[in-house]
Design a protein around this ligand. Sequence first.
Ligand code: M6R
Length: 610
Amino acid sequence: MCGIVGYLGKKSAVEVLVEGLERLEYRGYDSAGIAALEGSAIEIVKSKGKIADLKAKLNGNLSGSTIGIGHTRWATHGRPSDANAHPHRDCTGKIAVVHNGIIENYQELKEFLLEEGHIFLSETDTEVISHLIEHYYKDNDLFTAVQYATSRLEGSYALVVLCTDCPDRLIAARKDSPLIVGLGDEEYFFASDIPAILKHTRRINILDDGEIALITSSKVEVYNSTGKKVAKKEMYVEWDAEAAEKGGYDHFMIKEIHEQPQALQKTLSGRIHSEKGIVDLKEVSLDAEKLRNINNVAIVACGTAYHAGLIGKYAIEKLVRIPVEADIASEFRYRNPLIDDRSLVIVISQSGETADTLAALREAKKRGAHVIAVTNVVGSTVSREADDVLYTWAGPEIAVASTKAYTTQLVAMYLLALDLGTKLGTLSQEKAAEIVKALAEIPNNAAKVLEQAEKVKSWAKEASVWKDAFFIGRGLDWAVAMEGQLKLKEISYMHAEAYAAGELKHGTLALIEERIPVIALATQEELYDKMVSNIEEVNARGANVTGVTFEGNKELEKAVNQVIYIPETLPLLAPILSVIPLQLLSYYAAVERGCDVDKPRNLAKSVTVE
Ligand code: M6R
């Protein structure tokens, strides 16, 4: 994810900025840059690749400057390149900007600015900000220009602005993207994350949405969205550097689990209009005519991404009424799949670099299929080779165990099903509107599930001594059971299996004995009675059953030992919420067992070999 550092004081700004950016390296990035005021001019140095590449380009220059801004970029709009790296400047070269977040209306703003004669040097959404500030900049009043410019931005931003006419100040603004002010001794900082400034100060102000802040070498002033000055509370950071990288959490995995509400919001952002009840997926180039030519869909992926594909199969078959196969990439590529130029192939990959998924993509392309990639990493190989790309915008996932990538992949699959069903007319406007409305509530609902973390933690204490566990469900719940068992295996090294609940009696029931733990997902209305019968089957053999169902379904308590509740939503969307307690269970059980949570044995984050 992108990182921001801004500095104004007596030290060498470039040294402070580069060191701060290095502290943010763990978050993942693909380019880095700094802008510093040298004399009366802004000098910008930026580079694709590592901070070491930026340092090589800097080559010790600009060391005399005491004011500057720096950025590590994790590509969203525009591939990783020197030109797309931040900071971005305006036409006059007077203004430089670094930005985290996504400007959703940047196309519209860019067209407006192009008509006004502005010249753009990058493919980024960020560059519209520097030109917009230039557009409003008059009488050396940078603050008002930033106020006007930010009032036109839709989406999320944390940004810091440097201007040649104001060598004594930096101005920053935020909306839906974190930004803090570091309070030093005759020096002030802006940063997206605490680790960037921890070496210099532990005293901070946290900016709130809509606020604009100004720092000079002697003061900080913060204004709210109506332009009124606000008094900010000073906070003191107790964390050490390692804890700060993890946002105060013990591991990246739990941090990423808790990031899900924001990540889900980003995946949905700009793609649904809940009042109108429509989905808007500009990324998918297939129109109704091309779609009518499609006979079958194959979803291909590995591991957790494959489990997201299983949900995608259900969603597309239900809403688009077209045959869908979900396939493990390493199987698909070697089984002479029935794919041709009338097939749609959807590959799902968080990293976009998984060797088997990539090979499956190439196989599908060779056979003439239209390929849509669902990935989290801009510029990844699958994103470059697919016909269309649907980014999940989950931000970098550092823990090996996939959590926020999975739930955002699910959202991407629902969006895709809605888009295809609407275009083909297999989905009524009313039904689409109902799903869109429920999707808009998903980030809040995910936050509510996370409120139960403590309850799951005590369950996990019990779970940490399990020898085996069984996850059961029907329909979409079965697909979630698959993900639940994988999480438990990979993080806590416990044996776990997932079964379609109706299939138990065909063999697996023989393994159910006294006190054996069973996790039973029961969120699918149409299959609910059948699911309860399957729970009774394991109960009769003495299993210790934990149910997962919607709030208000007190009935299930009669059939199981304990229930974990999730907020009500459409059964179709339940997987996004019901998986969260399972993620928490595997995390806390692994911690209890002393496992290396973020780097489980024998596993790699991105499997780039066959
Ligand atoms: O980067 P990808 O999504 O292509 O990775 C696929 C799998 O390797 C990945 O989902 C793996 O199963 C996770 N470690 C599971 O948590």
